[in-house]
Design a protein around this ligand. Structure first.
Ligand SMILES: [Zn+2]
Length: 333
């Protein structure tokens, strides 16, 4: 089964090995969840590579992003016989015909643009086709979903229902829609989610989030958010992180099981229909207790979905068709 995955943090991992002075890792073959060899084994057709910036690291966010974008293009150049850039739907189709994987560039942390819409347009020119407005920190555009709660509770954060987008955030979503860049609400506050719903027209994505009804983590979507996002024609990427799949005493006791992913898939599609779900692995941004250990092992998830009663045509939609339809719809200017 072909795979289109809306989110991974592999670029940041590749960058850290260069930045930390360690032996630089390559995209072709490495010890991470995602490399080209594993993706080919897993029958990948498309992978979104997020430029991930953690503002806690106190590095210039734009500079951090540019390093990762350079790594992305250098790795594509070295491996052009196996993976190529996609920044239009025609590119995806051409890459499919040529039997190569499509690499899509996205951003996870809107602070990369420093609140300047001019820099957003430059990111678009550099090939970025999807962006989360925030990661886990407040920035120039708005507020994330991580109201600190008592650390003794099993939930690391509560949903932020009051603080959403800032003025610059509104300016950005308008420009993103005009450009044809997918607005990604993963990590954004609940308040921000509803403001985006109200102030945009195109479908948008939650590239790597699950169902809050099954796992009460603020990074997951409430039933109402799932219905509203699906009603707009958007897509939710199923996240493989244990603590977004099931509740445990600590992150380490949360297991990432494919049978549990199938339960989230069933819940989300029952609410939003079979067209609203895709994959958003979060590979290379997640650790420990993964039943599906890397990108070569997607057939495990396919089997779990079959066992849960999803038909082959349902699984095709979840594995790649819904994501491709989203990009086809939003990327056209
Ligand atoms: Zn994330």
């Amino acid at each position: 089964m072909k795979v289109a995955d809306m989110h991974c943090d592999t670029l940041a991992e590749l960058w850290y090995t260069r930045w930390d002075g360690a032996v630089p890792m390559e995209l072709k073959k490495n010890s991470l969840h995602i490399d080209i060899e594993k993706m080919r084994k897993g029958d990948y057709l498309l992978q979104n590579f997020a430029v991930f910036v953690n503002l806690d690291r106190k590095l210039d966010p734009l500079e951090s992003a540019l390093y990762q974008i350079d790594i992305f293009y250098e790795e594509l150049r070295k491996n052009a016989d196996m993976i190529r850039l996609a920044k239009s739907f025609a590119d995806i189709e051409k890459n499919m015909q040529d039997g190569v994987i499509s690499g899509v560039l996205s951003i996870e942390e809107g602070a990369v643009c420093k609140g300047k819409v001019e820099f957003l347009r430059i990111m678009y020119q550099l090939g970025v086709r999807m962006m989360t407005l925030t990661w886990n920190h407040e920035n120039e555009l708005g507020y994330p979903n991580n109201v600190p709660t008592d650390s003794s509770t099993v939930f690391p954060c509560g949903p932020e229902t009051l603080l959403g987008l800032k003025e610059k955030g509104y300016e950005f979503i308008e420009e993103m829609e005009r450009l044809g860049m997918v607005i990604d609400v993963s990590h954004l506050s609940d308040a921000g989610f509803y403001q985006i719903l109200e102030h945009t027209k195109k479908p948008f994505a939650a590239s790597h989030s699950n169902a809050r009804s099954l796992c009460r983590h603020c990074r997951n979507l409430s039933d109402d958010m799932i219905v509203k996002l699906a009603g707009r024609g958007g897509v939710i990427g199923l996240n493989y992180l244990g603590s977004f799949l099931e509740e445990g005493e600590t992150d380490r006791t949360c297991h990432s099981r494919v049978s549990r992913m199938a339960e989230h898939a069933r819940h989300i599609t029952n609410l939003g229909g079979m067209e609203c779900l895709g994959l958003g692995s979060d590979f290379d941004g997640i650790t420990h207790n993964l039943e599906m250990k890397d990108s070569s092992m997607l057939p495990l998830l396919e089997d779990a979905l079959k066992k849960a009663g999803f038909s082959s045509s349902d699984i095709e939609k979840i594995f790649y068709k819904n994501v491709l339809n989203l990009y086809k719809e939003v990327w056209k200017a």
